[in-house]
Ligand binder design. Sequence first.
Ligand SMILES: NC(=O)c1ccc[n+]([C@@H]2O[C@H](COP(=O)([O-])OP(=O)(O)OC[C@H]3O[C@@H](n4cnc5c(N)ncnc54)[C@H](OP(=O)(O)O)[C@@H]3O)[C@@H](O)[C@H]2O)c1
Length: 242
Amino acid sequence: MGNRLAGKVVVVTGATKGIGKGIALMCASEGASVVVGGRNERDGLMVVRDIEEAYGTEALFVQGDISREAACKQLIEQTVNRFGRVDGLVNNAGIFPRGTMTDTSEELFDSIFAVNIKGAFFCAMYAIQSMLKTGGGSIVHMGSTNGYKGGKDLAAYSCSKGAMLTLNRHIAAHYARDHIRSNWVTVGWVASEGEIELHQSRGLSPDKLKELAESHIPSGRMQTPEDMAYGTVFCCPTKRVK
Ligand SMILES: NC(=O)c1ccc[n+]([C@@H]2O[C@H](COP(=O)([O-])OP(=O)(O)OC[C@H]3O[C@@H](n4cnc5c(N)ncnc54)[C@H](OP(=O)(O)O)[C@@H]3O)[C@@H](O)[C@H]2O)c1
């Protein structure tokens, strides 16, 4: 526990489980008031309870499907209504169903882009509108190696992460003078609930997934949500640089 985010308000999209949950908990452990975004109410309220019990900081669950602009607006509006400001936004919510260049349907393409880039874009838009009024803030995007190299069976997903990388650079370049920073964390291979469920649905048990990942990953082990949270929390503080 530390106090790097004491007095700050951080919104984490997709914080009901996986990497986002790890980030929400670590932000709270650093003293932030945390807004937990996601669709699953039961899981979201459990994260809120975990935060309050473990760290005694305030937390709020805002339910919404960020593939709709209205839900992104509501996420930020409810944050401002409760806490008065948004200091940090972690654009973490994402989906990663498989699909190659030869078998991706229009429906699959649209669903991936709706969450991974449209949702991130509009959450950032409403957060920036609020940050401009309060003197600045910090946005962190949960990226992927696929955003650079384009995994073979992740065609639409990779393109969505490439677009997110551009969104990150756009915000960093155009809002620096307004004291709004934007960073991208290149996420490694993480044993999140979503990743485990996906591979299980394709017949790969958690143990086999771990074995496969260990043979590919330089460090020899799958990453944890906490591994990703350290870098994200490092990017979150919003001190002004004159
Ligand atoms: N795991 C990896 O190996 C890996 C690698 C590279 C990058 N990443 C990136 O890391 C981020 C988190 O991934 P993860 O592995 O932690 O996935 P996960 O375990 O499946 O968690 C995804 C989170 O996103 C939320 N979410 C999904 N669709 C949503 C929607 N339409 N509206 C609002 N929230 C939504 C989910 O909440 P609800 O179900 O409650 O809506 C959940 O909290 C993603 O952006 C992913 O692309 C992951």
